[in-house]
Design a protein around this ligand. Structure first.
Ligand SMILES: Nc1nc2c(c(=O)[nH]1)N[C@H]1C(S)=C(S)[C@@H](COP(=O)(O)O)O[C@H]1N2
Ligand SMILES: [Mo]
Length: 396
């Protein structure tokens, strides 16, 4: 099967393709030398395939050499098998109601009439890098590719809420999308934010990714963007916003996506979580993208160590690099600043004198002093990995 990049006009055609492929299991996949299966879904490039139904597609690491992740390479994660495969934008409505003065149904044109705001922000799954947890934990076995850096644009959530008029006594705002459970026994994917947070100026209902419409698999025609927070809150193909005068207690808030209730969100490896809170702001992390794990490098020639660093919305202050397994550290040069929610690229010129094995490490610190631990912080769901990673290279 041959795929091209699909345009919006092709949605109806590609719609069938996703379900048909899922049903027959006939995905166009390639087995690569490193054992990772690549698959090409509608509107996406070759992505690392975790599961096909629901689609979980990981971004190959080399895309992170760029400041902005292209739409077709942004990772994909859905929880429920019934995902929207075609949306007629002319008929799509965003319903806003609950504890509000009135119930409103906004069309895409209504949304676009509101002030358009834009943020470059990292989107990252809570379980990004879960496959590196030790002891291992169940859940999608992501490498480091369940993240990306995207310029999002849309209307402010608070402006949308104002159109319905939030009533006094509201405590939570719940968000639901067009996807649904395959069986009534499976809880619908619905998330909530506390009313105070929902009023944050920077939360948007995005109808644009990198200057164009969202790919179907990334939440066409509009999704919530909560900059600085894990992507579990970034509800895709948004259809319903419900203001509540009682706390929201849906499964995906009450039982899933929870972290240990302590400052590190971690507990002794292998132990059970006693008290928990919903996952929230991202932790600070960085990743060396080049040279890649296992590469060989020529002795006495300069090589540029490059990578990316980001935090939970505070911007990156500095990135330190070690080329000797953590014995000595030097400051890297940082790339352009695209705002506090974006990642920053880092660059460090290195000239290894002697042949041998070298361990490269990067350590980022954000503008409020939050950094990365040397040892991994463990929790049973495999969330928030941000330890200082090691990249082994051979100098010849
Ligand atoms: N409607 C809907 N929105 C959703 C989800 C979902 O299953 N359904 N998954 C969430 C989770 S856990 C993640 S990591 C992100 C993934 O967004 P992406 O597929 O655009 O990368 O979407 C979030 N929004
Ligand atoms: Mo996620």
């Amino acid at each position: 099967m041959v795929y091209k990049r699909f345009t919006r006009r092709d949605f109806l055609k590609t719609a069938g393709a996703i379900t048909a492929m899922a049903a027959t299991g006939s995905f166009p996949t390639n087995i690569f030398a490193d054992g990772k299966r690549l698959a090409k879904f509608p509107e996406k490039t070759d992505m690392i395939l975790l599961t096909s139904r629901p689609p979980q597609l990981e971004t190959p690491l080399h895309y992170f050499k760029e400041m902005i992740t292209p739409n077709d390479a942004v990772f994909v994660r859905w929880h429920l098998a019934n995902i929207p495969t075609s949306v007629n934008v002319a008929q799509w409505r965003l319903k806003v109601g609950g504890n509000t003065e009135k119930q409103v149904e906004l069309s895409m044109d209504d949304l676009k009439k509101l002030e358009k705001v834009s943020h470059t922000a990292v989107i990252q799954c809570s379980g990004n890098s879960r496959s590196f947890f030790d002891p291992r934990v169940p859940g999608g076995q992501w490498g480091n590719g369940a993240m990306g850096n995207v310029t999002w644009a849309g209307a402010r959530l608070r402006d949308v809420l104002a159109m319905a008029g939030v009533k006094a006594g509201s405590v939570d705002v719940a968000f639901n999308g067009l996807d649904g459970p395959p069986l009534p026994s499976v809880p619908d994917f619905e998330k909530s934010l506390h009313i105070d947070q929902a009023m944050d100026d920077d939360i948007i209902i995005a109808y644009e990714m990198n200057g164009t419409y969202l790919p179907m698999l990334n939440g066409f025609p509009a999704r919530l963007v909560v900059p600085g927070w894990y992507a579990t809150y970034w509800v895709k193909s948004l259809s319903d916003i419900t203001v509540r005068d009682k706390p929201f207690d849906g499964f995906w808030m009450k039982s899933a996506y929870r972290i240990p209730d302590n400052p590190c969100g971690c507990i002794p490896p292998g132990s059970a979580q006693k008290t928990s809170i919903p996952i929230n702001r991202m932790t600070t992390r960085s990743l060396i993208v080049d040279p890649s794990e296992g590469s060989s490098i020529a002795a006495n020639k300069p090589v540029e160590i490059t990578g990316i660093a980001f935090s939970g919305g505070y911007g990156i202050r500095d990135v330190l690099i070690s080329a000797d397994g953590g014995n000595s550290w030097k400051e890297a040069r940082l790339g352009p600043d695209k705002g506090r929610y974006s990642w920053k690229q880092f660059f460090f010129s290195w000239r290894p004198a002697k042949p041998g094995k070298y361990t490269l490490m990067s350590r980022a610190t954000d503008n409020i002093g939050e950094s990365q631990p040397l040892d991994s912080l463990w929790n049973p769901a495999g969330f928030m990995r941000n330890k200082i990673e090691k990249v082994e290279v051979v100098v010849k």
